[in-house]
Design a protein around this ligand. Structure first.
Ligand code: KG4
Ligand code: ZN
Length: 333
């Protein structure tokens, strides 16, 4: 009955979680609002705020799970990929905790953990399944053959889907992070109001940079004619952009499902919190008779619960990291 303490600090959220015998009992997330003023995450500020948040986040995670720090059997942490300074805070904390208590360390790949978030609840996909992992930094279609046997079969050649959401919101003058605001406005708009181009990329790869440029020119040209264009049409613009991003993602996901003959389809990563993507994926799965797996909201965006469940499965395999382990800004699946 292992008790695992997990730490996630790859970007701008400091998170701690406690998992007992494969059940995630707490998932504390401290968001950093400091970056809003800069329109994006400032790495140096992120690592400083992680330093302030990490001890209280761990204390709360232990308290919520009603677990004493002396009962922890292993510490799991995000090794990468992510911002080096941010990762360093979590890795250093995990190492110190493990050293002080003389317990093992478990390194976790953040992108694998997003996929493994599907094993937190009772409704679990069966191997092999396909997972569309969409976040601020990644857009991947992953063929998941086993807990730690994952193959990226499609990915973005330039911007990530979340980046496309965030850059669009910046063009529209909305605050960072823009994804949730695009989602909110899109619910009140007409997705067919404006047509944005679908990139013609062969295979299962994606591209979002052309879409970003076409949105930029579309807004620039319309604002030149009517300075109030954005304010008057914000809901329709958001609905149309979201619709295009979702159709780009789902067309490739459908192609991958058909190609690999896989019937269990999953979403992961921050953009899987998007209402249009969640509804669209469900509708597609219903249409083709596929099983659809979408994580609970708290396990979509960055969280330590997913690090805890990944850590639990590594604990079962007896895969531990040495005290000399260092964070990795880039870390392949
Ligand atoms: O996985 P995540 O929390 O952090 C990374 O590892 O990047 O993903 C963050 C991304 C951001 O781009 C954010 O705008 C987007 O997820 N996002 C959303 C929504 N919630 C978060 N995008 C669209 N709709 C949402 N509801
Ligand atoms: Zn993430």
């Amino acid at each position: 009955m292992p008790v695992i303490l997990a730490i996630e600090s790859s970007c701008d959220d400091t998170s701690a979680s406690v998992c007992v015998d494969g059940k995630v009992l707490s998932n504390v997330i401290a968001n950093q609002s400091i970056h809003e003023a800069y329109g994006g995450v400032v790495p140096e500020l992120a690592s400083r705020v992680h330093q302030q948040n990490i001890v209280p986040a761990v204390q709360q995670a232990l308290a919520k799970a009603k677990v004493s720090k002396n009962a922890v059997d292993a510490v799991a942490f995000t090794r990468g990929p992510g911002l080096l300074g941010s990762l360093l805070v979590g890795v250093s904390f995990a190492k110190a905790f493990a050293l002080a208590r003389n317990i093992p360390l478990i390194e976790v790949n953040h992108m694998q953990a997003h996929v493994l978030a599907h094993f937190i609840g009772d409704n679990k996909p069966s191997f092999p399944f396909l997972c569309l992992t969409v976040s601020g930094g990644h857009t991947q279609i992953v063929l998941v053959k086993d807990y730690f046997d994952m193959e990226v079969v499609g990915q973005t050649l330039d911007d990530a889907a979340g980046e496309a959401m965030d850059k669009t919101s910046k063009i529209l003058g909305l605050p960072y992070p823009g994804g949730p605001l695009i989602d909110k406005n899109a619910r009140l708009g007409n997705p067919a109001a404006y047509k944005f181009p679908e990139p013609q990329i062969p295979g299962l790869d994606f591209s979002f940079s052309g879409l970003k440029t076409s949105i930029l020119y579309f807004i620039r040209d319309n604002v030149a004619q009517n300075p109030d264009f954005i304010a008057e049409n914000i809901n329709d613009i958001c609905a149309s952009v979201e619709h295009r991003i979702v159709t780009i993602l789902l067309n490739k996901l459908k192609k991958a499902a058909e190609h690999y003959g896989v019937k269990d389809i999953a979403l992961a990563g921050g953009v899987s919190a998007n209402t249009g993507l969640r509804l669209g994926t469900k509708a597609m799965c219903d249409k083709y008779g596929w099983n659809c797996f979408i994580p609970e909201m708290q396990y979509c965006t960055d969280n330590a619960g997913m690090i805890a469940i990944a850590g639990y499965h590594k604990y079962l395999k007896g895969e531990f990291a040495p005290q000399s382990v260092a964070p990795l800004a880039r870390m392949p699946m």
